[in-house]
Design a binder for this molecule. Structure first.
Ligand code: 13P
Length: 383
């Protein structure tokens, strides 16, 4: 009898069986995309020990809010200066294996005349691209949202690959206080699966991100139930769409109480609930689980990640943070060239803290900053 793992053709790595032509193993995912081997290698590189992802793919509207918070205008010059500072941080590749970019950055060169993509790759950081087109109201739902962007995605992915991207991200959202309704969960799962299939056929490792929003006063148990339902549905559609599990990465929310729940959870509880959920829903063929921070403080996000890595698990469990890596950096920078060095130090410090947490070796006593403990939660946050 066939085992329930993905079968692929030709020159394969350990753990992946060759496809048998005309095989009757119709119940398993059978595919042989031309990029399969590259996808597996890219995903493994991104899931390498002690490294995680720097999410710097804020849409122009979102990065505008960040720049506004330090009194800067939202124009291309300021967006570029900020992002050039991030990608040119020397030593970043030790802790960061991939950087998620917004389209503008993928094609941009810094003031030093060098392409952002080249600055990343020379440090061993894989460039990636956000490919969803943002959220829109989901008709006939409980005021929920869906992620747009499937039309023309194959052509866009081919262009992104040419520009140097090797992975992609698509963020859908699920709201607990608004339901979640059956159609919203299904729409999120189906959109993610179609996106993942299209990306893999263009050589991009898909990051599958159904973000369960922190909004609400629900407890951690309710978040666990919804997370289980969302991942069950997501994996059903990923399998239906013959997505190669070995060539994708996940970006889940941690299982936590809602932001307005009076009963808070300790990092130990978050670690326990989240791993329990993942072990029941995610096959070990998936190489990496890279959490989003979702409005947690920098410190909380690092402590929670550390907890996940205190117990054995079959994946590389790591981070793909935006706010929990960038908050102190932005505040340190303030848009001033004389602060670039200090802001880059702040980025390295956060990246190292999360790298240590990925290895289960983070020591919070090394923090010494109150900034890192500040929550970044905002209701209705868009990306
Ligand atoms: P946060 O870590 O700020 O939640 O970012 C999530 C995200 O999707 C960025 O790509």
């Amino acid at each position: 009898m066939a085992a329930s793992f993905a079968l692929r053709a030709g020159g394969l790595n350990a753990g992946v069986l060759p496809r048998t032509p005309n095989s009757r193993r119709a119940c398993v995912a059978v595919r042989a995309g031309k990029y399969d081997e590259e996808l597996v290698n890219t995903a493994r590189t991104m899931a390498s020990p002690g490294r995680g992802l720097l999410a710097m793919d804020e849409s122009n509207a979102t990065v505008g809010k960040r720049l506004d918070s330090i009194g800067l205008e939202n124009n291309e010059t300021n967006r570029k200066a900020y992002r050039e500072m991030l990608v040119s941080t020397q030593g970043l590749g030790q802790y960061i294996s991939g950087a998620i970019l917004f389209e503008e950055t993928l094609y941009q060169s810094g003031n030093n005349g060098r392409k952002m993509v080249d600055m990343l790759t020379e440090q061993g950081i894989v460039p990636g691209i956000k490919v969803d087109k943002g959220l829109a109201p989901l008709a006939n739902s409980n005021g929920e949202q869906w992620a747009q962007g499937l039309d023309g995605l194959d052509k866009r992915c081919a262009e992104y690959y040419k520009a140097g991207a090797r992975f992609a991200k698509w963020r859908s959202v699920v709201s607990i206080p608004n339901g979640p309704s059956t159609i919203a969960v299904r729409e999120s799962a189906y959109g993610l699966a179609r996106y993942a299939a299209i990306c893999q056929n263009a050589g991009l490792v898909p990051i599958v991100e159904p973000e369960i929003l922190l909004d609400g006063d629900h407890d951690i148990q309710r978040c666990l139930e919804v997370s289980e339902a969302v991942w069950a549905e997501t994996f059903k559609y990923l399998a239906d769409n013959k997505v190669l599990f070995e060539g994708m990465l996940l970006k889940p929310s941690m299982v936590t109480p809602g932001a307005e729940c009076p009963t808070r959870a300790t990092p130990q509880q978050v670690g326990e609930y989240t791993l329990t959920m993942l072990k029941c829903r995610v096959p070990p063929a998936v190489p990496g689980i890279m959490f989003l921070s979702g409005g947690q403080s920098e410190l909380e996000a690092t402590l929670n990640l550390q907890e996940m890595n205190r117990q054995p698990n079959p994946w590389h469990v790591s981070f793909s943070y935006a706010r929990a890596l960038q908050n102190t950096v932005l505040k340190t920078w303030q848009g001033k060239s004389e602060n670039v060095g200090k802001a880059q130090e702040a980025l390295l410090k956060r990246a190292k803290a999360n790298s240590d947490a990925q290895r289960g070796q983070y020591d919070p006593a090394t923090e010494g900053s109150t900034e890192a403990a500040q929550s970044m939660y905002q209701k209705g946050y868009q990306y």
